[in-house]
Design a protein around this ligand. Structure first.
Ligand code: CAA
Length: 391
């Protein structure tokens, strides 16, 4: 394995929303046995954005601790991955750039390929840092997962943002070559421009994920990747946490290995602690699995971690990383716990009201009620322009 001249994740921070809907509340409302949510899909609760929160405000909350710790001088690129974009033209990262006071001598761009976009941003960031190791790239993955009310996808909703500083000589994780890649034209999950909620063929999407996993593992092996047994843990894209278990079981089968539940739990269970209470955060999900692993595991110094990134439609990528000595000093475990614990629970009526909220499209001035306690908020939609303010 090449360690890519030691380029990787120097800092990682995530943020989520003001509100939370517990699955017990949803189950009482829709008459579902709670076992289906807790054990069947592996979800306990979902983050729900306040009226004045979106992918920008969550991104600011995720990235602000990183710029506070490292400054902004070396950041010459911001890569913002999302599949729940707020504008068809302007990159959401430009609002973040402004709210965080990043230097004008920086480029900002938005990237999309469903939940795979965060990994595309990470790999592009590594290329930029390899070209000039004095530069750092701020990678942001931020999404609000939203399906129609009362649809099968509803219990897998969620929202969160991850911010990662990609740098030479990283403090957390060195990203390795090679990657295993796989692309296939499938319609498992998509969202036409005129819809606010995603469309999904749920069971087909699980099959598509598993096929993409198999294809990208085959390519990873052919490219000279590590053997399965090298990895101390696997961070999967987690649209719901049970999916990681299905996927790892499939990978063991593909590799002709026993699907021993204890072994599967050993490599996965610490990666799901955050996503089980946040829900699906699309582009951010796999990197929140990494945060969960690093925050909860005993010492992982010099251990290899496997990453399985999947974006419907579809693109998948498998790659490895090695945990850097001394990484524990740089973790943000307390901040992550606080982001989860500070969320305020919603009753079903408030949740459904927030879910159905949308802006009028008349070009008028539409102030947004103050709800979030986060560092940035959406103030208004004014003549079709989104106005933000920071605290
Ligand atoms: N106690 C325990 N388990 C129960 C239960 C009970 N009372 N009742 C049902 N279950 C189990 C079922 O046996 C099933 O488990 P298995 O999958 O292991 O068989 C599980 O709960 C789910 O039950 P169903 O399949 O009947 O549930 P469903 O038809 O409502 O659909 C879903 C589930 C397809 C995941 C649906 O929630 C959905 O469409 N989600 C959105 C799509 C998605 O997340 N796809 C994942 C791959 S695509 C991707 O990764 C990109 C992305 O981010 C979207």
């Amino acid at each position: 394995m090449t360690q890519d001249a030691a380029i990787g994740i120097h800092d990682l921070s995530f943020a989520t929303t003001e509100f939370v809907l517990n699955h017990t509340t949803l189950a009482e409302h829709d008459g579902t046995d709670i076992g289906k949510y807790h054990r069947g899909i592996g979800q306990q609760s979902m983050s729900v954005p306040a009226a004045d929160e979106d992918i920008v405000t969550m991104a600011v909350a995720a990235a602000a601790p990183i710029t506070a710790r490292h400054g902004t001088d070396q950041i010459r690129t911001v890569l913002f991955a999302t599949e729940t974009s707020i504008d068809q033209s302007k990159a959401a990262g430009i609002y973040v750039h402004s709210l965080l006071g990043l230097p004008s001598s920086a480029r900002v761009v938005e990237l999309k390929q469903a939940c795979y976009g965060g990994t595309a941003a990470l790999q592009l960031a590594i290329g930029l840092v390899r070209r000039d190791p004095t530069q750092r790239v701020l990678v942001i993955a931020s999404d609000v997962s939203k399906y129609e009310l009362d649809s099968p996808g509803e219990p897998t909703q969620g929202a969160a943002a991850v911010a990662m500083l990609v740098a030479a000589d990283p403090a957390l994780l060195r990203i390795e070559d090679p990657s295993g890649l796989y692309t296939a034209d499938v319609m498992d999950f998509w969202r036409p421009n005129y819809r606010s909620t995603a469309l999904v063929d749920g069971h087909e999407s699980i099959t598509a994920y598993l096929q993409a996993l198999e294809g990208s593992w085959k390519d990873y092996t052919e490219q000279g990747g590590r053997p399965l047994g090298d990895f101390a843990a696997f961070c999967y894209h987690q649209p719901f946490t049970k999916m990681a278990y299905k996927a790892h079981c499939h990978l063991l089968n593909v590799c002709g290995q026993d699907t021993d539940p204890d072994e599967i739990a050993r490599v996965l269970e610490l990666t799901t602690a955050y996503n089980t209470v946040l829900g699906n955060s699309y582009t951010a999900s796999m990197y929140i699995a990494l945060a969960s692993l690093l925050d909860h595991a005993d010492d992982l110094t010099d251990r290899a971690v496997g990453f399985v990134s999947y974006g419907s439609g579809s693109v998948a990528e498998i790659f490895g990383g090695t945990v850097v000595p001394g990484y524990r000093k740089h973790l943000r475990t307390a901040g992550h716990r606080e982001a989860i614990d500070r969320r305020r629970p919603l009753d079903i009526a408030r949740y459904r009201e927030l879910h159905e909220r949308s802006f009028p499209t008349d070009g008028g001035v539409h102030p947004v009620p103050r709800q979030t306690g986060g560092p940035a908020r959406l103030l208004a939609l004014d003549h079709h322009k989104r106005l933000y303010e920071s605290r």
